[in-house]
Write a protein that binds this ligand. Structure first.
Ligand SMILES: NC(=O)c1ccc[n+]([C@@H]2O[C@H](COP(=O)([O-])OP(=O)(O)OC[C@H]3O[C@@H](n4cnc5c(N)ncnc54)[C@H](O)[C@@H]3O)[C@@H](O)[C@H]2O)c1
Length: 481
């Protein structure tokens, strides 16, 4: 009998373990995340689902990000907003009012009856894709159920918070042949699209090392992060569920923003693959103090006083099979400017962000004019086409908060679905990028012991064709409305 991964887990009694690390040692002495005994059911990399003239969407989770998701996707040609779901009815109502005022062709139904109402959205036969922007612990559950009902899935990061969830999402996608697209920073636009183009055209030579972070001060500003808003269900900027995620978990809890672009520059899942990683966290130097400070102001925070929070700084180092290295950092509680896609270093040159600069020798960074000329020369077709679409659309599409501005990634996702093209970010990318969180937690808990990174493609990375078509060989026809 062929042993499927599910049966293997059941037989080995590992299915209930969130982390699922084997105790076996590989040649390199690393601990092994279970991944090898199972073969791919179907390769979703490069898979093109039948094209959709209209992309009918149900939105699940209409909070901060979800509100923006509705505004952005409703502004893309071919999208029909069919359902808005959130147990907090006022949030759904606010998005309904926005659509009624600004984009009245959308007339979605509301689902606000409770925490399981999202199932009704997934059960509808007139919906093609669900867009998930709920707290993290619901992403995998909703994604799997939605795919079982024949829906494609967009999820804000991560696809799952345990390895088991990441595997469930991958396996369900392969079995149902439904796409899973995880949105995070990636190479669809901005400087990362330019640098990806330069990487591919050999400007930096062989890529040796890359760095990407989630450094984002989410605690120091009490007004925007901690004061609860009685007019908005007592939500606060840090988010109640997100505060909880930062208790008793210690690792890189949000690797996707930094890692997405690097993965595409290193051809991970199509040409190279992560092999193993180590992760170390320092102590918490600010969350404990912040909880004591806030408890003096608001009793809500009293239960958080004295709890153990993840360390301020987590550093994770990954080695790929082709011998390249990646460094990821996570720090959301220190007062410092934000960092995401940070550095790409090759045998012929280096790019570093903040400020963006390029060097090709030890003698310093290129002058600004030379840097600007390189950016212009290497701006890829995807950026040019998207910019043209933005310019054709009315000015509202280019103003407002960043969450409500259509991004090149949003546009290309809908464009691929409408043209029947493979997605630029597929389920293996989402699972790989998400898996760094549980793997880092495991390594941190063992003083930085190295751990194998599961290969969600199960060997297909060796032959998979390159993803991320920044030259737009196909598609690119969708407009903004
Ligand atoms: N890509 C980005 O730039 C970006 C930015 C912000 C947030 N995010 C991600 O978006 C997601 C949501 O974050 P947020 O900041 O909007 O949080 P939020 O708390 O503002 O929104 C979450 C919403 O989910 C709703 N919800 C909770 N349980 C639900 C259920 N059972 N069914 C339906 N809805 C439910 C909540 O009521 C809330 O309105 C997270 O994954 C976060 O990491 C991504």
């Amino acid at each position: 009998m062929k042993i499927s991964r599910k049966n293997f887990l059941r037989l080995s009694g590992l299915a209930s373990l969130g982390m699922m690390m084997g105790s076996s040692k590989s040649k390199s002495g690393s601990n092994t995340a279970i991944s090898r005994p199972f073969s791919q059911q179907f390769n979703m990399h490069g898979y093109a689902a039948p094209k959709l003239d209209a992309v009918r969407i149900g939105f699940i989770g209409i909070g901060d990000r979800g509100t923006g998701n509705v505004a952005r996707y409703a502004s893309i040609e071919g999208v029909e907003v069919k359902a808005l779901c959130d147990p907090v009815a006022s949030r759904v109502d606010a998005s309904l009012s926005f659509l009624k005022r600004d984009l009245p062709r959308h007339k979605p139904d509301s689902y606000t009856k409770g925490p399981d109402d999202w199932r009704q959205v997934c059960d509808r036969s007139d919906i093609d894709m669900v867009v998930i922007a709920t707290p993290w612990h619901l992403h995998a559950r909703i994604a799997v159920y939605a795919m079982e009902q024949g829906k494609h899935v967009y999820t804000d990061l991560p696809v799952g918070i345990t390895l088991e969830e990441c595997w469930q999402v991958v396996e369900t996608s392969e079995r149902t042949r439904r796409h899973v697209y995880m949105d995070c920073s990636n190479c669809h636009g901005g400087i990362s699209a330019v640098i990806l183009n330069m990487v591919r055209q050999g400007y930096f030579g062989d890529i040796i090392h890359a760095e990407g972070h989630y450094i984002h001060d989410r605690i120091y500003n009490n007004q925007s992060r901690w004061y609860r808003n009685p007019e908005n269900n007592y939500f606060f900027g840090y988010r109640p569920w997100r505060l909880q995620e930062n208790v008793n978990r210690n690792g890189n809890l949000y690797p996707g923003h930094g890692l997405g672009p690097l993965s595409q520059m290193l051809d991970l899942n199509y040409g190279d693959q992560m092999d193993y990683m180590v992760s170390i966290s320092g102590n918490d130097f600010s969350m404990g103090d912040k909880m004591r400070e806030m408890a003096e102001i608001d009793d809500y925070y009293r239960p958080y006083v004295g709890l153990k929070f993840r360390g301020n700084m987590n550093t994770t180092i990954i080695r790929t099979h082709r011998g390249r290295t990646i460094m990821l950092q996570h720090d959301i509680s220190s007062p410092r400017p934000g960092h995401r896609f940070e550095l790409i270093s090759g045998s012929k040159g280096i790019y570093r962000a903040q400020p963006s600069r390029i060097a090709t020798s030890e003698h310093g960074w290129l002058p600004q004019e030379e840097y600007d000329a390189l950016v212009e020369k290497y701006t890829p077709e995807i950026t040019k086409r998207f910019t043209g679409k933005v310019n054709q659309a009315d000015s509202r599409r280019t103003t407002g908060g960043s969450y409500s501005r259509v991004s090149p990634a949003d546009w290309r996702l809908i464009d691929c679905l409408r043209n029947g093209l493979p997605l630029e970010v597929d389920v293996y990318d989402g699972a790989l990028w998400s898996s760094i969180s549980p793997l880092s937690e495991w390594s941190v808990a063992r003083e930085g012991t190295s751990v194998k990174v599961p290969d969600f493609t199960r060997g297909a990375w060796r032959t998979n064709k390159r993803g991320m078509d920044i030259s737009l060989r196909e598609g690119g026809s969708t407009n903004l409305v």
